[in-house]
Each structure stands twice: as C-alpha cells, then as structure tokens.
Design a protein around this ligand. Structure first.
Ligand code: F6P
Length: 371
C-alpha cells in the first residue's frame, strides 16, 4: 500500500487532531475506484523527519516514547481525536532549511527511506514554507492551513482561529464581573504576532471598549482619554484588548524574551502590562493587565473548527488522490479549494485597517454597508 506521512508543525491549536482523523479516514476508505493509502504519523513536526529512524515505524495505538518518531495510524485509533485539542502527533518549530543549520538533505533522505508517496504538513507559514521548499525539490507535499493568527495568504480560514476567538470572548466575559465589582480597567493582551485579526475579531466578539492592533500604531494619550471619558460617563469599568504585536506611535513592539526562533521570529509579549501602567498613571483608575497567552490555543475545538478540520482533512486526502501536490488546502469566497504552496509563502495577510478598523475609536468600524 502507498504511504502518506502527516505532521503538525509550529504552535499547536484546537482542530489539528480533527484534520489528522479525517485524513486517515479518507485515505483508508477513499471511496469506490480509489486506492487506499496507509497513513504514517510523524512526531514533532519537521523535527521527526530530521531525528527519526525510518526503519522504526510503530504500530497504531503505540506510544511514541522518547525514541519513536513514526507510527501507522488507523481509523480505530483516530476515531475520538476530533474532539481533542492540541496535537496527538506533537509539534516543534524546527526548520530543516535554517541556513545556519541546514538539515534538508536528512529530511529528503528520510522521506525516501520511509517510502512516502506524499507528506501532509498542517501548519502556519513557517511549517508550510518547508513543505513549499520540499515541493520545489520534487517531494510531493500538501499543506493544511493552521494558525490562530489567521495571517496565512491564500486562504480566508486557518484551523484554530475561531476557537481562539471563543476563548477571548469567554475570558473577557469572566473578567467583566470582577472588573465591574471593583470598578477596574482591564487590559487584555492577545496573541496574533504581527496581525490583528485575532485581537480585532476577539475584541468585537467580546464587546471590548478599545481594541489595539499591530496594523495601526496607537496614541497612548488617546487610549487614556477614551478610558477616562467612559469612567466619567458613569460606566464602572472598561476592557481594553491589545494584540501582542501592537505598538504605540513612535515606539516599538515589546518582546517577552530576546533572541529569535528557528524561523527568525521574535518572541512578542508584555505590551499589555506596559499599557496598563500607562493608563493607571494617566487616569488614576485602577488598571490591571491579563495576558491570555496560550489559553487561546488550549482546550477543545469549537464547532466551527471541528467542521473546518474535518473538511480540510478530507480535502488534503482528495489532493493526494488526484495527484495534485505542492498545494495548500484553502477556503476562499465560501468554497473549499487549493492554492500552490509557493504562492503563499512570504505574503502574510494583515488586517485591513481601511475597511475594518476605526482609527479614532480604536474599535471595529461602525460603517459596514455603504451609506
Ligand atoms: O503563531 C501562533 C502563536 O500563538 C502566535 O500568536 C504567538 O506569538 C506565538 O505563536 C507564540 O509561540 P510559542 O507557543 O512558541 O510561545
């Protein structure tokens, strides 16, 4: 039987296991006149193809343990996975094409030794850039978009986004009761890297008073005066959502730690605390910061992510069955489709400030339909 490898790379999020489940089920039982494939789960993203021993493929239900990187997956094992968060295959931010430590030869040799007919990579831009590089070297790869940042080009949806928006909404609901009781302002820091989709959609869903996004530098005085004005009008508390990549006019992003990851990204984090202190100092209002951090990527997938994961997993199997590799599954204009992997790399999509964001009120626009 021909083999297909599957891996998850980059930050985890709810919905990954659903993609794996539906890829396995569709490969195992692709429908009349189609040849079934045997799916091999690869542990810890691209690291698995750097470190793993291709002569050691574990059976379904086996634990990977410390040494195992490959195992057969079957529908009996993956049946309950679509309800589970995280990734049952593990993940890493390993970049085999890192110019400082290029291990792409090892990856290609291991794919050959495993006898993989195709490799499915579920990930964001970093993980999929590796898939695109491999495709350019004639290794058949298929990408599935995943990132709570929703900043991937070539698709209007990436797995994990809606669940993260739900988490923001639920956590802000929780903060409201305590904020109101104590008459406190809360600054809530969300993830999203350099894209504001998560903060903006999460902020609008949660009904935040002020939303600050990386695409538009904020004026600290304007934020403070908005908060002070609201308090003066008699409202006891305010919720300010700030994306981790947002920055004040003339200022810079705040980094959690110095240094870069394997794909050259900085670690963002801490801007919420900085802003909370500025608001407290300027308005005299008691202000606290809450960093939602990895809670946004935790827990079980929401209904929308379960459905998208199912359909993206099936689409990935369909691409393999039709021999259309070197492509990423995508959702565009309300339809499932696919786009060439090499066309999405290096083109992150940021929020459209002109269309979506009110740069005076620092919130979603109030004009949506033409007036
Ligand atoms: O890309 C997804 C993401 O959650 C970003 O929003 C965030 O900046 C980053 O990953 C955090 O990475 P890590 O989980 O490695 O701390």
């Amino acid at each position: 039987m021909k083999k297909v490898g599957i891996l998850t790379g980059g930050g985890d999020c709810p919905g990954l296991n659903g993609v794996i489940k539906w890829l396995v089920k569709t490969c195992e039982d692709p429908g009349p006149n189609e040849v079934p494939y045997d799916v091999i789960g690869i542990r810890d993203g691209w690291k698995g193809l750097v470190r793993g021993d291709p002569d050691r493929i574990l059976p379904p239900f086996a634990d990977f343990g410390e040494e195992g990187y490959f195992k057969h997956l079957n529908s009996a094992e993956v049946r309950p996975w679509d309800r589970q968060g995280g990734t049952r295959l593990g993940t890493s931010r390993t970049n085999p094409f890192n110019p400082k430590n290029d291990r792409s030869d090892v990856v290609m040799r291991n794919i050959e030794r495993l006898g993989l007919h195709a490799v499915v990579a579920i990930g964001g831009e970093d993980t999929l850039s590796v898939a695109a590089n491999l495709a350019a070297r004639n290794i058949p790869t298929v990408g599935v978009p995943k990132t709570i940042d929703r900043d991937l080009a070539g698709t209007e949806y990436s797995i994990g986004f809606e669940t993260a928006v739900n988490v923001i909404t639920e956590e802000v609901d929780r903060l409201r009761t305590t904020a109101g009781s104590h008459s406190r302002t809360f600054v809530v820091e969300t993830m999203g890297r350099h894209a504001g989709h998560l903060a903006l959609q999460g902020g609008m869903s949660a009904g935040a008073y002020v939303i600050l996004i990386p695409e538009y530098d904020y004026d600290v005085e304007q934020v403070c005066s908005l908060v002070a004005r609201r308090r003066k009008s008699g409202v006891r508390y305010s919720i300010v959502i700030i994306a981790e990549g947002a920055k004040p006019s003339g200022g810079d992003v705040v980094q959690r730690t110095s240094g870069l990851d394997d794909f050259g990204h900085v670690n963002l984090g801490g801007v919420g605390e900085v802003l909370a202190q500025q608001i407290a100092k300027s308005t005299g209002l008691e202000t606290r910061a809450v960093v939602l951090s990895h809670l946004q990527r935790g827990g079980t997938p929401c209904a929308y992510d379960r459905r998208m994961a199912r359909n993206f997993g099936i689409c990935a199997a369909n691409l393999i069955h039709s021999g259309r590799t070197g492509r990423m599954v995508s959702f565009l204009d309300g339809k499932y489709t696919s786009v060439p992997l090499n066309e999405i790399i290096g083109k992150l999509t940021l929020g459209d400030v002109e269309r979506e964001y009110d740069t005076v009120l620092y919130n979603g626009k109030r004009t949506i339909l033409p007036l």
